[in-house]
Design a binder for this molecule. Structure first.
Ligand code: PHE
Length: 372
C-alpha cells in the first residue's frame, strides 16, 4: 500500500497527466481488491474518499492548484470522470462482497425452525370433554355474561337477603352501584347458575342445557383456590322429571367421563335454588375405591352439587317472563327439573394429578407441555 499522490506531474505534457491518472486508477484497483473485511473496506474508504485527507479529494485539490489555467477545464473534466469511475468501482466491490458473505451464511443443510403445534389448555380440554358427555345426551350449550346483576346471580336463585354467599366476603361487586335498586346492582358472577335463569326466561320447557363458564369469588389464592375459576353447570326441565332422572344422568355422565367402573353416591346437601339438594361423590377412579393419595384414602371423591329445581326459582322465572310480556311457562303443574354444577379446576387437578391450582394460570411452558 505504498501509493502516494505524485508531486512531479508535468501538466504541460498530456502523457505525464495521463500517466498520473492511470497510476492512480491502478493503485485504486489493487487496493479495492485487497479490502476484504468490513474493517479493511472502511479503512480503504477513508484513505480514498475521506472528506479532506482522502486521496481522491486531495489529488483533485492539489493538482487543480498546480495546473496552468489554460489546461484547468480539460483536466478537471478528466479527473471528474476518473472520480466517478472509482466511486462506482468501490460500490460495486462492496455489493459483490456482501452477496458473497450472504451466500456463505446460507447453509441449506441446516434444519429449519420448527414451530410447535398448539394443544388445548388442560382446563379448556376438561371443560370441552365434560360438555361433550352432555352434548351426546342431547343437551345444548348455553353461555352467559361474567358481569351479572344481583337478580340473576342471587335473587332469582332464591338466595335469602343475607345468605353468606351474597356477602361481600365471597362476591366481587362492581363499584358505585349503590344508587341502583339492589336487584340491578352489578357483580362478577359467583357461579354459572344465573345462566339457568336467563335460559328459562328466554324460552319455555323442555330445556336441556350444559353451561360451561368462568366464575369469580373473593377468595384468597392457595393450592386449591383461585378467585377466578371455571364451572360446568347443567339444567334439565320437562314434564315429570324426577330425582331418578338426575341420578341416572349424573351416574352415566361420571362413567362416560372417568370410566365405566366408576360408581356414584348421593348425600343430602343444601343449595337455595334446589330442593332436595345433594352432593355427589364418585368412587376413586385411580384406586377403584381401595384408598390412595388422590382420594385421601377414603375411596371416594366429592365432585359436584345438584338437586331438583326449587319451585321458588320457577316462580321467579315466571314473574320475570310476565314482566317481559311472556306467558308463564315453568311454575305450572307437571313441570319439574334438575340442575347440577361442578368445578372444572378440581376435576382437572384430580384427573391429571396437579397439586397446585396456580399451575393452570402460570403460563409456564414446562407445565403446559406435559399435556401436549
Ligand atoms: N351453583 C352451585 C355452586 O356454585 C353449584 C350447583 C349448581 C348446585 C346447580 C346445584 C345445582 O356452588
Amino acid at each position: 500500500m505504498s501509493y502516494e499522490l505524485p508531486s512531479n506531474i508535468d501538466f504541460s505534457s498530456p502523457e505525464s497527466v495521463s500517466k498520473a491518472l492511470a497510476d492512480l486508477q491502478a493503485a485504486f484497483a489493487d487496493e479495492v481488491q485487497a479490502a476484504h473485511s468490513a474493517d479493511a473496506r472502511e479503512h480503504f474508504r477513508v484513505r480514498w474518499f475521506g472528506d479532506k485527507a482522502g486521496l481522491v479529494n486531495r489529488g483533485a485539490g492539489a493538482w487543480i492548484k498546480a495546473i496552468p489555467s489554460a489546461e484547468k477545464r480539460e483536466f478537471g473534466a478528466k479527473f471528474n470522470a476518473v472520480k466517478v469511475r472509482l466511486t462506482e468501482e468501490f460500490q460495486a466491490a462492496g455489493a459483490a462482497r456482501s452477496s458473497a458473505t450472504m451466500a456463505a451464511s446460507l447453509d441449506l443443510t441446516l434444519p429449519g425452525t420448527r414451530r410447535g403445534v398448539g394443544v388445548e389448555h388442560p382446563l379448556t380440554r376438561t371443560m370441552r370433554e365434560m360438555v361433550a358427555v352432555f352434548a351426546a345426551l342431547g343437551y345444548s350449550v348455553a353461555l352467559g355474561p361474567e358481569v351479572e346483576t344481583d337478580f340473576f346471580n342471587f335473587e332469582a336463585l332464591n338466595f335469602p337477603p343475607n345468605h353468606p354467599a351474597r356477602d361481600t366476603q365471597d362476591t366481587l361487586v362492581i363499584a358505585d352501584q349503590s344508587s341502583r335498586p339492589s336487584r340491578e346492582r352489578l357483580l362478577m358472577r359467583t357461579h354459572t347458575s344465573p345462566v339457568q335463569i336467563r335460559s328459562m326466561i328466554a324460552g319455555p320447557p323442555p330445556l336441556r342445557l350444559v353451561i360451561p363458564g368462568k366464575v369469580h369469588r373473593n377468595d384468597e389464592s392457595d393450592a386449591t383456590h383461585s378467585p377466578i375459576f371455571h364451572q360446568v353447570e347443567g339444567l334439565c326441565v320437562d314434564r315429570g322429571i324426577t330425582f331418578s332422572d338426575l341420578k341416572g344422568t349424573l351416574d352415566h355422565a361420571m362413567k362416560a367421563f372417568f370410566g365405566s367402573s366408576v360408581k356414584t353416591r348421593f348425600f343430602p346437601s343444601f343449595f337455595p335454588f334446589t330442593e332436595p339438594s345433594a352432593d355427589v361423590q364418585i368412587s376413586c377412579p385411580f384406586c377403584g375405591g381401595a384408598g390412595c393419595r388422590k382420594c385421601k384414602h377414603s375411596g371416594w371423591i366429592e365432585l359436584l352439587g345438584c338437586g331438583m329445581v326449587d319451585p321458588a326459582v320457577f316462580a321467579a322465572v315466571d314473574a320475570r317472563r310476565v314482566e317481559n310480556g311472556l306467558e308463564p311457562a315453568y311454575d305450572v303443574s307437571g313441570i319439574s327439573g334438575f340442575a347440577f354444577g361442578m368445578g372444572v379446576e378440581r376435576i382437572a387437578m384430580m384427573k391429571y394429578g396437579v397439586g397446585d391450582i396456580g399451575q393452570f394460570y402460570s403460563g409456564d411452558m414446562r407445565f403446559l407441555q406435559q399435556f401436549a
